[in-house]
Design a protein around this ligand. Structure first.
Ligand code: 9Z3
Length: 348
């Protein structure tokens, strides 16, 4: 192991062509570290994570649709944004009965996707299955059913009453779908999300500075390694099972440095202690070298965010009048991002 460790450190090329012994050494060491469940303060590397958490079965199919979507807009002048939305789950058993979930209704992501579409962007909406989605988020199921009337001979008619907010939303949705500028990509689990984020970033690489990543999903910081997860539902009788949560590698690092280095990357920082917002956002920018962190406190996230860059930070605060009029903070956020992204494109 010591010998392979030395080779591993001094020969970072992961190619069997470079040196078969090195290649073998790295693979054996990787297997050794993963199976030893390297835990503690330093999470395993993102390579080790992807090596020990296999891709979801339907990844290839989703990857192809994402690649085709990006290819469709690679020659045009249309900007493409990946919007992630909703929370990731971490299963506690292979035959999952219980899981650890991250809080997110999907309002931030689904509302933002609408404003990007309205601004002419093509949108990959990567969202937690059954969380809020663009357009349909405005209506409950009952509101939609209340627009349908049972007419004679068991036919259905649409009520002529004008649901004031229905028509504009229907028009925007129709335009987005007819122009093919909206791609819906669902996820549920953390591993699925990270694999999808990786293949989406790699597919967007060809778009250069016209690509934006708007990472609003609530991503778990912890997971249970596959080989430590109980096979079946944990039993409440007897002593509770010993399961340990491991740190998830910080995926922003390879995302910015390797997968999509020329894109405009925006991450979100969620805290419940407002005093931590700017400091932790600045740390993230320093660590991952992306363009912007949108910081928000859990309970005021609909009325206030802080835009943090490596140079400065400033607040967007909704007025009472705006909130009472039903305006959304995402309108202001996206308006700011359009300007910043336009400047970024013109300077690259
Ligand atoms: C956010 O901070 C989003 O703004 C919210 C939106 C999840 C608060 P809703 O979906 O809520 O409108 O109900 N997203 C990022 C949250 C997160 O997990 N950030 C991680 C962190 O803060 C980095 S990925 O460390």
């Amino acid at each position: 192991t010591l010998c392979f460790y030395v080779l591993y450190l001094y020969f970072p090329f992961d190619s069997v062509l470079f040196h078969p012994i090195v290649y073998l050494g790295r693979k054996l060491l990787l297997l050794y570290r993963v199976n030893r469940n390297v835990t503690g303060m330093n999470p395993i590397s993102w390579e080790e994570f992807f090596s020990s958490n296999l891709a979801p079965k339907d990844l290839d199919c989703k990857k192809k649709s994402i690649e085709l979507f990006c290819k469709k807009f690679s020659s045009s002048k249309t900007n493409v944004v990946l919007v992630t939305s909703g929370g990731t789950t971490v299963p506690l058993e292979h035959n999952t009965v219980r899981f650890v979930d991250n809080f997110s209704a999907g309002t931030r992501g689904s509302a933002s996707a609408e404003y990007f579409l309205k601004a002419g962007y093509a949108v990959i909406f990567m969202h937690r299955h059954k969380s809020l989605e663009p357009f349909t988020r405005h209506f409950t199921g009952d509101e939609i059913l209340d627009c349908l009337l049972i007419a004679e001979k068991d036919t259905i008619e649409v009520a002529s009453m004008k649901v004031p907010k229905l028509l504009p939303v229907l028009k925007e949705r129709r335009e987005a779908l007819d122009s093919g500028r909206l791609l819906m990509v669902p996820f549920t689990h953390l591993t699925e999300y990270l694999w999808l984020l990786r293949v989406s970033s790699e597919a967007m690489g060809a778009l250069g500075s016209r690509a934006m990543l708007y990472l609003a999903a609530a991503v778990s910081d912890f997971y249970i390694p596959t080989d430590q997860m109980p096979e079946h539902k944990m039993q409440s009788s007897g002593s509770p099972p010993a399961i340990s949560l491991h740190l998830v590698p910080k995926i922003l690092r390879p995302l910015v440095a390797e997968w999509v280095p020329n894109a405009f990357v925006v991450s979100f920082k969620l805290e419940t202690d407002p005093n931590l917002l700017v400091k932790k956002s600045q740390e993230a920018l320093k660590n991952y070298k992306h363009k912007l962190v949108i910081a928000n406190e859990l309970h005021s996230r609909k009325s206030k965010v802080i835009l943090v860059t490596s140079e400065n930070h400033r607040e967007i605060v909704m007025t009472k009048e705006e909130l009472d009029a039903g305006l959304e903070i995402e309108h202001h956020i996206i308006s700011e991002l359009l300007s910043l992204h336009s400047l970024f494109i013109s300077s690259n």
